[in-house]
Design a protein around this ligand. Structure first.
Ligand SMILES: [Zn+2]
Length: 239
């Protein structure tokens, strides 16, 4: 079973993120389902994602994308998405220019925990999106699950801190997407176990096929791959 835990559905046609295009990519890698969030924007269009989810024939699982730079509105929007049965929410501190330490971000973490939703946090590329900040919010909200996505980003030192944060905090999972050093996947699993590494591609800007190959060639056993490529995401969807 394969689940892609990081996909953007919709957005401008040039992104090639229509339901049909995403389903085609899922078929290419043999994936059954995807965790899907709206395309990028200052106010990501969560309501507009709903009809696109229906076009997935049950293969798309909704992921809210909220912006804590908008203040209390972020947590309020998340409440609505939770009522639609969505199990994930994404935060992008770099693009939206907020801090993981902001009050509004804490409110989102609180609501997510209460609704049993997992918070996917973009890391890498700016001082606002650093792994230690995910560790800090995870320590303040132990009842909320976080995916530290991109494993800290392109800098080796950030990846090291990302793995350390996951080691320190059992409510942090690591997301594989756009993390280019395949040896880091193996290193992470040696430290935190295969149960807390989650495959995601960040399609459609990134190809699912090229993302999954890197994970498949990282030296994992069949049992480990089964967890990383699908079972772990399923566990979070059912939590
Ligand atoms: Zn993304």
């Amino acid at each position: 079973m394969i689940i892609d835990a990081h996909v953007h559905l919709g957005g401008a046609p040039a992104r090639q993120g229509s339901p049909q295009e995403i389903l085609q990519q899922l078929d290419e890698i043999g994936a059954g389902a995807a965790v899907t969030m709206p395309g990028p924007g200052l106010r990501p269009d969560n309501a507009g994602l709903r009809p696109l989810l229906e076009a997935g024939g049950g293969r798309f699982h909704g992921c809210a994308w909220v912006n804590p730079a908008l203040g209390h509105e972020a947590a309020a929007e998340l409440e609505s998405c939770g009522q639609w049965g969505w199990k994930f929410v994404k935060l992008q501190p770099e693009m939206h220019n907020f801090s993981m330490l902001d009050q509004a971000t804490e409110e989102v973490a609180e609501v997510a925990g209460a609704l049993g939703m997992t918070v996917i946090v973009h890391t890498g590329g700016s001082v606002k999106a650093q792994p230690w900040a995910v560790g800090e919010i995870a320590s303040r909200h132990r009842g909320t699950r976080f995916i530290l996505d991109h494993m800290g980003g392109p800098e080796a030192e950030d990846v090291r801190v990302a793995i350390l944060m996951a080691e320190r905090h059992p409510n942090i999972w690591l997301g594989t997407s756009k993390s280019i050093d395949r040896h880091k996947y193996r290193q992470a699993v040696d430290v935190i176990g295969a149960e807390r590494l989650v495959f995601g591609s960040d399609a459609p800007n990134v190809s699912m096929a090229s993302e999954i190959v890197r994970v498949q060639h990282a030296g994992f056993s069949e049992a480990e791959l089964e967890l990383i490529l699908g079972r772990n995401a399923l566990h979070l969807l059912q939590a």
